[in-house]
Ligand binder design. Structure first.
Ligand code: GLU
Length: 307
């Protein structure tokens, strides 16, 4: 299974806004895991959904990574340039009858947990625009893997449903793009938030269907609000600090959130010093396999106006 030459990791943000504390922890986890393994660390901007990606957000993210001392290798990959590669992958799935066009709207199957596959044997309404879906029932199943933190995982993709690969509006969906690009960048180790753990079965099913190598996976605890929600733009998670003091403090707090128990004296040190310590001491064994960590008080989302 491990067809990789050496360790290659990546951070793959969707540029829907600036990085917040939750995304800092994900970036830092993948960075440290790569550097501790003397590996490469790449950045991929997942800008396949332009309406969700405000102008300038990607360059803000890259600047934030630099401010926090995380330097990447090689050129940044931009998903908006990868149309041909995604189409090629979809064509291969279609040839193998593992992808099908679907005219159904979500409204038609509301009340059901997953799309029931009505268009599998032929498009229900050929006059309507179609999305392309994966035949999750025909690919490899069940899917199992050993997550480096959460241990043995087993899922039946058919129970998760026929995920969309290309949307009705012609935009590519995350599941296909991430698999094609992880392979193109020869990613050996995916390190990301545990919110994506249950997306992994589709991704592994697609890797097998397309004959691509299967990376190892390490899912990291998620940073949540006091109410238990994932930090996000929607719940007004504040952007990362830009001032010297704030950057040092937040980097230290991110190391703490990753259970690395940094010595207190490190909290006021510049990013390079903190990262040097963290790479030398990185240990996945120190991470507790619990799904959530509370956001530090100073990085709690602000209360929405009018509340
Ligand atoms: N682009 C995804 C996000 O920002 C992460 C993709 C991944 O790490 O697989 O949530």
């Amino acid at each position: 299974m491990n067809d990789f030459v050496g360790y290659r990791g990546r951070f793959a943000p969707t540029p829907s806004g600036p990085l917040h504390f939750g995304s800092l922890v994900a970036a830092l986890g993948s960075y440290l895991d790569a550097r501790a393994a003397h590996g490469q660390w790449l950045v991929r901007i997942e800008d396949i959904d332009p309406p969700r990606c405000p102008e300038g957000a990607a360059s803000t993210i890259l600047r934030q990574l630099e401010t926090f001392g995380m330097e990447w290798d090689e050129a940044v990959m931009w998903q908006h340039t990868r149309n041909d590669a995604y189409q090629h992958a979809l064509d291969r799935l279609i040839q193998r009858d593992l992808a099908y066009p679907c005219s159904c709207s979500r409204k038609q199957w509301q009340g059901l947990d997953i799309y029931p596959g009505w268009c599998r044997e032929g498009v229900c309404d050929p006059t309507k625009p179609v999305a392309w879906r994966l035949r999750s029932d025909l690919g490899e199943r069940p899917i199992h893997w050993q997550d480096r933190l959460f241990g043995e995982q087993q899922f039946d993709p058919a129970k998760l449903g026929d995920v969309v690969l290309k949307r009705k509006d012609g935009l590519w969906a995350y599941q296909l793009a991430v698999v094609v690009d992880d392979a193109e960048q020869q990613i050996s180790d995916v390190v990301r938030g545990v919110d994506l753990l249950d997306n992994t079965p589709w991704q592994r099913q697609l890797q097998i269907a397309l004959g691509l190598p299967q990376p190892r996976y390490l899912h990291l605890p998620l940073i949540v609000t006091a109410e238990g929600q994932k930090l996000s733009k929607q719940n007004l998670a504040p952007a990362l600090a830009e001032d010297k003091q704030g950057v040092r403090q937040q980097l230290f707090q991110a190391l703490t959130a990753l259970d690395q128990a940094p010595p207190q004296a490190l909290a006021t040190e510049p990013p390079a010093t903190q990262l040097h310590w963290a790479v030398a001491n990185w240990s996945v064994a120190h991470l507790h396999p619990t799904e959530h960590r509370s956001v530090p008080l100073s990085m709690r989302p602000s209360t929405p106006p009018g509340d």
